[in-house]
Design a protein around this ligand. Structure first.
Ligand code: ZN
Ligand code: ZN
Length: 313
């Protein structure tokens, strides 16, 4: 008797070396419809599927027969959990509203895109927004959105999304990334919340703080996943509440109160604006210093006589 397949992890190579190239023949790859047809042979049993279709520079061209093809993701009638590389054909199926009613969670992995950032620092800065906007398009195509988590393969997106842009670099940054830093994250988070669904953002980390797997003779360390954003705490990234900077309505409310500036911000090099709620709670800079950098800060306030607005030195 054949045992039914319940779980499947299938990943094509992300690293390519001379003399060791991925096949050009699309029929041998998992990015074309024959792969889905093969999966459908396990339609009644498959509950969890993880798929990465490989290095994006070597993916076979997308198949144009998608529309008339009979192999549909929705035929996997017991599928509950999907982990998909952002480059996979299967993610396109979700975007076209093709998935079974049994599906309740989706994890999207950015590793293939992250490995192919060739445009230097600007590409790195744009990357989290690109991933978040792509996932937004996928969710918009789904008539019944499900809980979504996005796993970033390295710590850059987490660092970028938890940045406090100072006045001097905010405009430059906006022009590089086509808008405000965390807007794509809030957009996707709101979209999911409007269907009572959940967004979480995760980073792959190593407990040794190395950002790579060391050679096996030194012991192969397995990465773990750490959540740095959860839509239940809408304005918090890495434990820091960005509402005083990012929520325009709230910021307007705060501006009606007397302007406060904390002692550490008065001492900060460049005289940064003190983003605080005006109620004595910890300011954005101090909260970030203590939560992310682990520094001890004492955020105490005085009324600031300066006018509202960014102070550019
Ligand atoms: Zn402050
Ligand atoms: Zn402070």
């Amino acid at each position: 008797m054949v045992t039914a397949l319940k779980e499947l992890d299938i990943g094509e190579r992300l690293h390519v070396f001379p003399g060791c190239m991925p096949s050009n023949d699309s029929t041998t790859r998992t990015s074309q419809p024959a792969f889905l047809k093969a999966l459908i042979r396990q339609a009644d049993s498959l509950e969890r599927l993880s798929h990465i279709s490989g290095n994006t520079q070597y993916l076979p061209r997308k198949c144009s027969t998608f529309d008339d093809d009979t192999a549909r993701l929705r035929h996997l009638s017991n599928l509950r959990s999907l982990s998909l590389g952002i480059e996979t054909m299967l993610l396109t199926h979700l975007q076209r509203d093709d998935y079974p009613a049994s599906l309740c969670e989706l994890k999207v992995m950015d590793v293939s895109w992250a490995n192919n950032l060739r445009g230097g620092p600007e590409d790195t800065l744009r990357h989290p927004g690109r991933v978040l906007r792509h996932c937004t398009e996928v969710v918009k195509g789904m008539s019944r959105p499900i809980d979504l988590s996005i796993l970033f393969s390295n710590p850059n997106p987490e660092q970028i999304l938890s940045t406090i842009p100072t006045a001097n670099i905010a405009l430059v940054l906006q022009s590089i990334i086509d808008g405000l830093l965390r807007t794509p994250m809030y957009t996707l988070s709101s979209l999911l919340r409007s269907s009572n669904r959940h967004l979480s953002l995760l980073t792959s980390k190593f407990s040794s703080k190395n950002s790579y797997i060391p050679p096996y003779m030194y012991g192969e360390e397995v990465p773990f996943e750490e959540v740095f954003y959860d839509s239940d705490h809408f304005w918090r990234v890495c434990g820091v509440n960005f509402r005083v900077m990012d929520d325009e309505v709230f910021v307007e409310e705060v501006k009606k109160k007397p302007k406060m500036a904390c002692a550490p911000c008065r001492d900060r090099v460049g005289r940064w604006e003190c983003y605080n709620a005006g109620d004595g709670s910890i300011c954005l800079h101090c909260e970030r210093d203590s939560r992310i950098d682990g520094r001890e800060v004492e955020c105490v306030y005085d009324v600031d006589t300066g006018a509202w607005g960014h102070e550019v030195e």
